[in-house]
Each structure stands twice: as structure tokens, then as C-alpha cells.
Design a protein around this ligand. Sequence first.
Ligand code: GDP
Length: 196
Amino acid sequence: MVFTGRPNAGKSSIIRAVVGLDVTTGKRPGTTRRTSKYPLNDGLVLVDMPGFGRMIGAPKRLENRINVRIIRFFEFNAQNIVLAVHVLDTSTFLEVTWRLEKKGVLSVDVEMAQFLAKTLGEFPLVAANKIDKADKKKIDANLKEFMHRISNGNLSAVADYVFPVSAKTRDGLGALKSAIHERLVAKGYRTPFKTH
Ligand code: GDP
């Protein structure tokens, strides 16, 4: 079970809120640069991927090396990956996307979701996090645009994969946990957290 996300999207907070596992021990928030593995149950391992994409303050070479490592990890391990969860900062998605586009760069979140879908043969679950951090209109617009982009306009194809949540207020976490639970059970694993 692999968790991905841009630095600061709230990946550690989501892992803590969903699985009850603290992956931040000994790390400053937003600075995960290593792939960390945490054994759960039934041989299931939680993999915390380093933040993907632009890293504030990191030299370009290090950034590229980490991104290449993430891509290789998925390509090598695709057969063994039971489930991927991508954590999105929904509150800033469009601002960040437009800023990148001005530089001729694709949205890292869109790229990641599409890469995972292609490599794993199934869309990742998306924890559309930080819905408490902007007004509902902005969150809805950002979420719709994200879904539009990852599905190339076919929103209904991805509707079952995207879960608006807040790790802070715990809003929407129940639905995300149920979706993770369903997928793990379908692949013969027990869920490593309480489902109610
Ligand atoms: P990571 O770098 O993706 O692991 O991100 P963290 O889990 O360390 O979170 C980055 C920052 O965002 C921290 O200051 C968190 O407290 C904050 N954060 C995480 N989730 C939420 C959320 O749902 N709402 C708000 N308002 N802040 C959040």
C-alpha cells in the first residue's frame, strides 16, 4: 500500500488519520526524501514515498534523482502494489497548476495520478485533502478541474476514486477508509485500521 503526494500535501497527516501510523518521527514536516517502509499485517507493507515534484530549497539535481527513484520504484514493483493512495492539496491545486503551466510544466498531481493509473493498471485512490482550508466554491472548482484533467474530461470514470477529506477536521475520512478497506479485502488483505 503506497502513499504519494507533493511535499506538504498532508501525506503524513493522512497516513496518521487513516492508518493510525506516525511516519513523521524524526523528520521535519514536508521533508520526507526517503522511501520509508512500515510492515503492517498479512505481509502488507505501507510505503511512504518522498514528496514528488518541485521541492522548495532542494537543488535541481537532488529533485530529479528523487523523482526518477519514485518512477523506478513503481515500475519495478507494480505487480506487488496492492493499492496506491495519492494525497492532493485540494486547497491550492489550481494556483499551483497555473504557476507550473506558466513555466511550461505539467501539474505534478495530474502527472502522478495518470502515471500511477498507467503503471498499476488502475487509478489510485485520491485523498483530496485540506478541504477545510478554502471556501466550498474554490474546493469544488479545484476538485472538478483536477478530476477533469486526470480523466481527460471523463469525470465519471474517476468519480469513485476521488475522496474530498480533511486530515485536520477529519471530514470525509470515513468514506476514504471504507474505500481503502474494500480494495484491501478484495485483494485478500485485512484492513490495518478500525473501519468504524
Ligand atoms: P506531508 O509533507 O505531505 O507529509 O504533509 P504533512 O502531513 O506534514 O502536512 C503539511 C502541513 O499541512 C502541516 O502543517 C499539517 O498540519 C497541514 N495539514 C495537513 N492536512 C491538513 C488539512 O486537512 N487541513 C489543514 N488546514 N492543514 C492540514
